[in-house]
Design a protein around this ligand. Structure first.
Ligand SMILES: Cc1cc2nc3c(=O)[nH]c(=O)nc-3n(C[C@H](O)[C@H](O)[C@H](O)COP(=O)(O)O)c2cc1C
Length: 167
């Protein structure tokens, strides 16, 4: 549970590759997330090809970090066959958070790079990978061994945000 407290957005990575067993652990963590009616709307594109990473880094003004990641997870949301489509945003977010926490737990650095709901970012990734109509890009998660930055505790507890029994 330490990773819940220690996880930070890590944006600088060493050249070292991330081992395949760790990549699988990250994917397993993401897929363990809760989802509405267990609908599991997620799909994952795992990118470690340097040229593809460079192209992916141009998704948004804030995604340059992707180019220097060892691996980036393109987190995708299935749009068809869902029982509760309106809840899929929450399902997807839970999966991303699980992946981020597992990354910290494994000594890796990662950051959530926002894609959805920004239309031009969604279109950019859709075109880049020629994704089918029922698959929509949700987020990018660049991952690598941290270079200088650390997963470390920052206290954000704010008791003024807590309300007991009534507002
Ligand atoms: C929905 C969402 C979108 C984000 N998009 C970006 C992004 O595009 N680029 C980036 O560097 N960080 C992005 N972040 C990371 C936040 O900046 C970061 O989580 C926040 O500053 C708190 O810092 P911490 O993650 O170290 O606790 C995003 C986070 C969330 C939850």
């Amino acid at each position: 549970m330490d990773s819940i407290l220690n996880r930070r957005s890590i944006r600088r990575y060493c050249k070292r590759t991330v081992e395949n067993d760790k990549i699988e652990k990250l994917l397993r963590a993401a897929m363990q997330a809760p989802s509405a009616a267990n609908q599991r709307p997620w799909e994952f594109l795992v990118v470690d090809d340097k040229d593809i990473l460079k192209e992916l880094a141009c998704t948004s003004p804030y995604s340059g970090i992707v180019a220097n990641s060892a691996v980036t997870f393109v987190v995708l949301s299935r749009k068809d066959g869902l029982i509760f489509p309106d809840f899929s945003l929450q399902d997807m977010s839970a999966a991303v958070e699980n992946l981020l926490l597992r990354a910290a737990d494994l000594g890796l650095g990662a950051v959530w790079v926002g894609v959805s709901p920004v239309e031009e970012r969604i279109k950019y990734i859709t075109n880049m990978f020629n994704l089918p109509e029922n698959i929509e890009p949700f987020a990018l998660i660049p991952v690598g061994y941290p270079d200088g930055q650390k997963n470390e505790f920052v206290d954000r507890f704010d008791e003024t945000r807590v309300h007991y029994n009534r507002w």
